[in-house]
Design a protein around this ligand. Structure first.
Ligand code: URP
Ligand code: ZN
Ligand code: ZN
Ligand code: ZN
Length: 472
């Protein structure tokens, strides 16, 4: 296999930064330091640049079925992972939603094969635990899945009638997770509160797209986070709360952590860099911004930053669930299929390619977090929590050479036209960023170079059978 020497850069890990060259051989980091005698097939000049671990996006929805499996998100495992790589992400963790005619485990195995044929970067899969009525023996499947690399399971506290599990199912699932060394994840919104608010809004004619955010109030999110934390604590299991959008919800996590509970919160770039005020007046185009939990008012952002800097929010993932405004030929109508009527808008926003650049710009460049915290949020903490550390998530000898040479002084404008995601809009259109990936390596393969030339082939991405969570 080939070798690469990344010379002259500053290696940034979560624990600290140091001037060092990185020698890559046989797909792993072979040495760190400065030795003039090191030679390699290829030398990359990283003078003035940072060398960081490849990003790990712990929350993506590629070719993800919605609406009773009648449509799916716009990016598949090929386009989505190509876009991720261009943005400096070298691992994605996606989800398995049980198909109606298959068991959860059969769906998992089929999805693993589908993804393995298309992915250009490494990937793992979280299992979504369906309501028991959909598969009475699902606990048997979950036990097997834990041994087959799915060491994280997601529970929905929203979407009654399709995905929502009740408190009894949560308790039973948390118990099983604890017994099997699995990290439970919750989509924490109170589905009944949202359904009631939605009914009241529709009855009074308030059906326009921005009312989605009114239906999904702060209180429904904070209530569900509080309940999930209390239930997890009663069982004694650690807990991961996905896509925390509300500062009130983050405060629940912060309080629990202060009491010694092992709870981690994830937030997403759309909650940090976009606000309700940005789409409130857009008419039906507000559909482009609809996701659950919703993108909230600007005043909420400061609280999220405080919790990101202090720890209650421990990861930044995208929840990439892109839908088009104007349809490509191969998919049914998506974001604009029912203008003026928010309940029919598919939930989810794109961002798999933008995550690092947006967090760098709004976090590091804005002076809210430092580069080490940035690396922790986008790579190291997700690697630890999802059983990939230290193979992934740090620039250390022996780790996979998933590396990004990062220019901290770039000048780049994010646009849909300049992106590789299949969605026909970019949530961050026009955002000028001062940090961006210049070279992206996955297990030593040079996927993206300084000119943006992409060399990864479909199917080179490997399935990651993940180990137990690393909870410190
Ligand atoms: O609106 C969202 N977040 N869509 C993706 C599915 C989910 O609940 O994470
Ligand atoms: Zn969710
Ligand atoms: Zn999601
Ligand atoms: Zn390169």
């Amino acid at each position: 296999m080939s070798s690469t020497l990344i010379r002259g850069g500053t290696v940034v890990n979560a624990e600290g930064a140091v001037r060092a060259d990185v020698l890559v051989r046989d797909g792993v980091v072979a040495a760190l330091g400065t030795d003039p005698s090191w030679t390699a097939d290829r030398v990359l000049d990283a003078t003035g640049m940072l060398v960081i671990p490849g990003g790990i996006d712990a929350h993506t929805h590629l070719e993800y079925p919605i609406d009773g499996f009648t449509t799916r998100t716009a990016d598949d495992f090929h386009s989505g992972t190509v876009a991720a790589a261009h943005g400096g992400t070298t691992t994605v963790l996606d989800f398995v939603k049980k198909e109606p005619d298959r068991t959860l485990r059969d769906t998992y195995l089929a999805r693993r094969d589908t993804a393995a044929a298309k992915a250009v970067i490494d990937f793992g899969l979280h299992a979504i635990v369906p309501p028991r009525a959909q598969q009475p023996d699902v606990l048997d499947d979950l036990r097997r899945l834990a041994k087959e690399g799915a060491t994280s399971w997601k529970f929905f506290m929203a979407y009654p009638g399709t995905q929502m599990v009740d408190d009894g199912e949560l308790l039973e699932g948390f118990e099983l997770a604890l017994e099997n060394g699995v990290l439970p994840m919750v989509h924490a919104e109170n589905g009944h509160m949202i359904d009631r608010e939605t009914r009241l809004l529709l009855e009074s004619g308030r059906t326009a797209e921005p009312f989605h955010a009114v239906a999904h109030g702060h209180d429904s999110e904070a209530e569900a986070v509080h309940r999930a934390v209390v239930l997890a604590e009663s069982v004694g299991t650690p807990l991961y709360v996905v896509h925390v959008s509300s500062a009130e919800a983050a405060a629940e996590i912060s309080r629990a952590r202060a009491q010694g509970h092992r709870v981690w919160g994830e937030t997403c770039p759309q909650y940090l860099a976009v606000a309700f005020e940005d789409y409130q007046g857009l008419g039906e185009r507000a559909a482009a911004y609809l996701c659950s939990p919703p993108i909230r008012e600007r005043a909420n952002q400061q609280g999220l930053w405080t919790f990101l800097a202090t720890g209650a929010l421990s990861t930044v993932a995208t929840d990439h669930a892109g839908f088009c405004l104007h349809q490509p030929d191969d998919l049914p109508p998506q974001k604009l299929r029912s203008p003026g009527y928010f309940p029919k808008v598919p939930n989810g926003v794109p961002g798999i390619e933008d995550r690092l650049m947006v967090l760098w710009e709004t976090g590091v460049a804005a002076g809210r977090i430092d580069p080490c915290r940035f690396v922790d949020l986008v790579a190291t903490r997700p690697a630890k929590l999802f059983g990939l550390f230290p193979r992934k998530g740090a620039v250390v000898v022996g780790a996979d050479a998933d590396l990004v040479v990062w220019d901290p002084a770039a000048d780049h404008v994010i646009t849909a036209a300049g992106s590789h995601m299949r969605t026909d809009y970019n949530l961050y259109e026009g955002l000028r960023v001062t940090g961006k990936p210049v070279h992206v390596l996955s297990r030593g393969d040079h996927l993206v170079d300084a000119e943006g030339t992409f060399t990864g082939t479909a199917g080179r991405g490997a399935f990651l059978s993940r180990g137990k969570p690393h909870l410190f």
